[in-house]
Design a protein around this ligand. Structure first.
Ligand code: ZN
Length: 254
């Protein structure tokens, strides 16, 4: 083979290798992990209230997760995955419960404990203490000991943007302080009451040491999202099991 022919052959091989590596990386390029964050409220029988789900339907959904290869993340796993410190399991899902209804203790806790599923609870301690409809500290403590992550949802579940900066700050810091004091844990993931916030809220959250905040904006959660504007998927208790399952499955598709 002449020198020129050899050079040509080498060049041809080099181009082939480059093309192969480009196409291989196009095929195997990692997609950003998609984590459906399901948003539940009260587990009770209350026909017409789409924010509640009956205990029977709730158990059906949880059993489906337990028996079909889903991994319900702890909040720590969730934030580690979001920050790239941990690889996501195949079908990750974060279960969140807002407001701290007493039925989360009587209905959700036993089901999740039996099935070995993890969950995160967002409570407004100022509300919980005053109303028997909401969890007591003893119940919250028991859920915490059973593995639930307990995090703040404001002190009194206010419409934050309607408050002065000083009052907003009290709502954010007091709820955090109480949870940390009662449970000896770190409370640095917030959930906006009514999904409402403004620029002041965002500034004060960061100042208070919160690392993440969940909205009620609908959609699957991605590590590329603003950590203070995380989306969730509202579970409409009026919908059928099939609609819920299809929405969940769709959330993993890019
Ligand atoms: Zn709420």
């Amino acid at each position: 083979m002449s020198l020129t022919a050899r050079r040509c052959a080498r060049l041809f091989l080099l181009v082939c290798c480059l093309l192969l590596s480009v196409s291989a990386s196009a095929v195997s390029a990692p997609q950003p992990v998609r984590i459906p964050v399901l948003n539940y409220h009260s587990i009770t029988v209350d026909p017409g209230n789409r924010a509640t789900i009956t205990p029977v339907k709730f158990e059906e959904q949880m059993t489906h997760l337990a028996e079909n290869g889903y991994t319900t993340l702890t909040l720590r796993q969730f934030t580690d995955i979001m920050e790239g410190r941990e690889t996501a399991p195949e079908k990750p899902v974060l279960l969140t419960f807002d407001d701290g209804y007493a039925d989360n203790y009587t209905e959700a806790l036993p089901v999740l404990s039996r099935l070995g599923l993890n969950a995160t609870l967002f409570v407004s301690p100022g509300v919980s203490a005053a109303d028997p409809y909401f969890l007591t500290w003893d119940q919250i403590r028991e859920m915490h000991e059973a593995g639930w992550d307990i995090q703040p949802h404001g002190m009194s579940h206010p419409h934050l943007p309607r408050l002065s900066a000083a009052k907003q700050e009290a709502e954010l810091t007091e709820a955090k302080r109480l949870i940390e004091e009662q449970l000896g844990t770190t409370a640095d993931v917030f959930c906006y009451p009514y999904g409402e916030y403004n620029r002041t809220t965002l500034r004060l959250l960061k100042k208070a040491g919160y690392r993440y905040a969940f909205t009620i904006k609908q959609g699957v959660t991605l590590p590329t999202q603003d950590p203070y504007r995380l989306t969730r998927i509202f579970v409409n208790g009026e919908e059928s099991f099939e609609t819920w399952r299809n929405r969940l499955e769709k959330a993993y598709q890019p």
